[in-house]
Design a protein around this ligand. Structure first.
Ligand SMILES: *Cc1c(COP(=O)(O)O)cnc(C)c1O
Length: 353
């Protein structure tokens, strides 16, 4: 796909790397590609970052036709820049698009857009370990009409934000709480798609947890409210009696790339890993008999996030003495080592620009 590049005349200033937060500072440019039913994808362009204008009847504003991805560009010690399994994001973006009746894009074209954009914004990839340039591709329905039908016009965009280390104060296990009222999604719904609506519907539970002093909610399945699904906006894993258990992808769970990578790393290291249904009852009995050794969330933002405390109603359980477990630490060291180019990438996951 050909890309027209218009450079900004007022380049921004990169904040000091220890002051970078998440998603507040943006790079100099953004990428936009239009799609319409007749001509397909057209007019890919990188332009100065700024506000966009939408018709007040634009589909996305009324019917929520929006999907996104999240991946990072990492600076290696040799100064080069690399991505981590970007083709997985491209494929998932297309799967999400399919679910939401939004247009898909040729995989190589999408990867080409991402790499060209990162090269344009290279100076915004921070250098310290733990920092990265967070990339946010997104796609939305953009018909200028209130009629309810599959979209005839859509817009693909890519923006980027230099981000600080997730664990500035070291890796501290978090407290989480079972959510027994709201559900994130149901089988047959949009759980496996990375769509904005899933987030909009999960915010309330997160707020409730925060008020009670917990940093995330542990979601149960929406049908029986019996099986563990995810933690906040991360996948979740448990070590029970030596076995690593993670909820299987039933359709209501987001197929995380970090989840997939953890599974592959653990299997390569000889761990027994099961993707299966895990009921809250089973988890409680494992906690009560002292067989739950570790629990952690996993996702691109945090890589892994150890869980030190789980609340079920009024009852609180401490997991792994409230400290980060051995497997959790090992996964963190290995994945971040590969992502920042400090460890050899024996899996072939790294994509150098
Ligand atoms: C993005 C996301 C994840 C994690 O996926 P990664 O590819 O590992 O970043 C997990 N759950 C939800 C709901 C998500 O949106």
């Amino acid at each position: 796909m050909e890309i027209r590049i218009t450079k900004t005349k007022t380049p921004g200033v990169m904040p000091p790397e220890d002051k970078l937060g998440f998603g507040k500072v943006f790079t100099d440019h953004m990428l936009i590609v239009d799609w319409n039913e007749e001509t397909g994808w057209q007019d890919a362009r990188i332009v100065p970052f700024g506000r966009i204008s939408l018709h007040p009847a634009s589909t996305v504003l009324h019917y929520g036709a929006e999907i996104f991805e999240g991946l990072k560009a990492y600076r290696r010690a040799d100064g080069g820049v690399q991505l981590f399994r970007p083709m997985e994001n491209v494929k998932r973006m297309n799967n999400s698009a399919e679910r939401m009746s939004l247009p898909q894009m040729d995989e190589k074209d999408m990867l080409g857009l991402i790499t060209t954009f990162v090269k344009t914004e290279e100076r915004w990839v921070p250098k310290s370990f733990g920092t990265s340039l967070y990339l946010r591709p997104f796609l939305f329905g953009n018909d200028e009409s209130l009629g309810v039908h599959s979209v005839k016009n859509a817009t693909f965009m890519l923006i980027a934000s230099p981000s600080g280390s997730y664990y500035k104060e070291g890796i501290n296990p978090v407290g989480i709480m079972i959510e027994d009222e709201d559900v994130r999604t149901v089988r047959g719904g949009t759980g496996y798609a990375k769509c904005g609506g899933n987030y909009a519907a999960s915010t309330r539970a997160g707020e409730k947890a925060a008020k009670k002093g917990y940093s995330q909610v542990l979601w149960l399945d929406g049908v029986e409210r019996k099986y563990i699904e995810e933690v906040g906006a991360m996948n979740v894993m448990f070590k029970i009696d030596g076995e690593i258990v993670t909820p299987k992808l039933t359709g209501s769970i987001l197929p995380g790339i970090t989840r997939k990578s953890c599974i592959e790393v653990l299997k390569a290291q000889g761990y027994q890993v099961s993707e299966r249904l895990l009921s809250l009852d089973e988890l409680v009995s494992a906690m009560e008999s002292g067989r739950l050794e570790e629990a952690w969330g996993c996702g691109t933002a945090a890589v892994v996030s150890p869980i030190g405390k789980l609340a079920i109603g009024e009852k609180e359980y401490i997991i792994g003495g409230g400290k980060i477990g051995e497997v959790t630490q090992k996964l963190y060291d290995l994945l971040t080592g590969i992502q920042w180019g400090k460890l050899e990438d024996e899996f072939g996951w790294v994509y150098k620009l």
